[in-house]
Design a protein. Structure first.
Length: 384
């Protein structure tokens, strides 16, 4: 992300009163924006006025000295501009900012500086720190929220951290599980990843005003990333999100956040039940299909669908779901199951014999056919 690549330099003692005198570097002055302060050059009267006004403001004077220093140092980095000063002043003037511990104030300022004092990020941070749920949280949980805002400095992630902070199920989690949930939600919210329609719909089902789904963290011992356990809860595996304030491991968060969570929410939306029925077979395929498209930003291919059915019903004798679905293949709903597979991979499956041979036949198809998009299954395929 372009904005997140702008990083502040190490803190330095800077104020309007002790800015350095200008050496002979006129070329740099000509290259700089009109309102930018170039380190090593004499600031303009306008820049001095902006800094002086900020330093004299009650909001600035109330800050801890270390926080005041960070404000000035961050503004100095990359050039002082009136817009940067105004954005910084708006954040430090926020009621929620004033009530935070100095360490957390610095964390919020680091996020703002990381984005070049982007005013939209500033507004998002103001809303977060002013939220009653944020102010009622313990200091360590405020630190966790601000850390993920810094790790994922975009308005969608920060806005969804704010919404998450107000959920009772989130407030009841342990601090470690809060850290896991925060980085998962922040990662999912990043607008640069995945199928945004599916992911945003998924997030709305968890964070929206009428949301009824929640997240629990459990130890699946590596057997699976997640599982829908009842009508409103999904359980996710501990190992996919570390219980700390770091950004997490991208490959694991991409799997659990952008694939598993949309998959499980799709199950919850369909009143999913583990049972020997065609509905279970269809629900599982649709959940898989939605998860793949959410993560990759495209529908799964026929080759990927074939691999899914092989893993689900054939590998290691019965696959993942073969025991549950065995009765379907031998019962009155067998035709529905075979038809679903036939449409997904483009190879006729008409009975239990062709059920086992279909993947072999499929492998004989040309690459062009294998890489065609698999047709969507019936039902809700965007978690609306």
């Amino acid at each position: 992300m372009a904005l997140s690549s702008i990083k502040p330099s190490a803190p330095r003692t800077v104020s309007a009163a002790n800015l350095p005198a200008a050496p002979q570097q006129q070329a740099l002055t000509q290259q700089a924006p009109e309102d930018a302060f170039v380190p090593g050059l004499k600031p303009t009267v306008k820049q001095l006025l902006e800094l002086t006004k900020l330093e004299a403001s009650p909001e600035f004077q109330r800050l801890d000295p270390s926080v005041r220093q960070q404000v000035l140092s961050s503004l100095h980095d990359g050039g002082v501009t009136p817009n940067k000063v105004a954005t910084a002043k708006a954040l430090i003037s926020a009621p929620g900012f004033k009530s935070m511990a100095p360490e957390n104030q610095k964390l919020a300022l680091e996020t703002l500086a990381k984005t070049g004092f982007n005013r939209f990020i500033g507004k998002s941070l103001e809303r977060l720190v002013n939220a009653p749920s944020f102010n009622q949280a313990q200091k360590v949980d405020q630190t966790a929220m601000l850390s993920q805002a810094k790790n994922y400095p975009n308005t969608a992630s920060i806005g969804n951290i704010e919404r998450l902070s107000g959920k009772l199920w989130f407030a009841s989690q342990s601090h470690e599980d809060k850290a896991r949930t925060l980085k998962t939600i922040a990662y999912m919210s990043d607008p640069s990843r995945g199928d945004r329609t599916i992911i945003n719909n998924t997030l709305e089902k968890i964070l929206g005003p009428d949301a009824k789904f929640d997240i629990q963290w459990v130890d699946h011992q590596g057997r699976k990333a997640g599982h829908a356990v009842d009508s409103d809860t999904m359980q996710l595996d501990y190992s996919y999100a570390t219980p700390d304030n770091g950004p997490g491991v991208q490959s694991k968060l991409d799997w659990v956040g952008n694939r598993t969570v949309p998959h499980e929410v799709n199950h919850l939306l369909s009143n999913y039940k583990v049972e020997s029925s065609y509905k279970f077979v269809e629900d599982e395929y649709r959940g898989w299909y939605v998860g793949v498209q959410a993560q990759l930003g495209r529908p799964p291919t026929k080759a990927e669908a074939a691999a899914y059915f092989k893993n689900a019903y054939i590998d290691d004798m019965l696959g993942i779901y073969g025991g549950t679905a065995s009765g379907v293949r031998h019962g009155k709903e067998a035709g529905k199951m075979f038809d679903l597979i036939s449409k997904a991979i483009g190879v006729p499956v008409t009975d239990n014999e062709t059920f086992y041979t279909s993947l072999t036949e499929y492998s004989k198809k040309g690459t062009g056919v294998r890489n065609e998009a698999a047709p969507p299954p019936p039902g809700n395929i965007d978690n609306r």
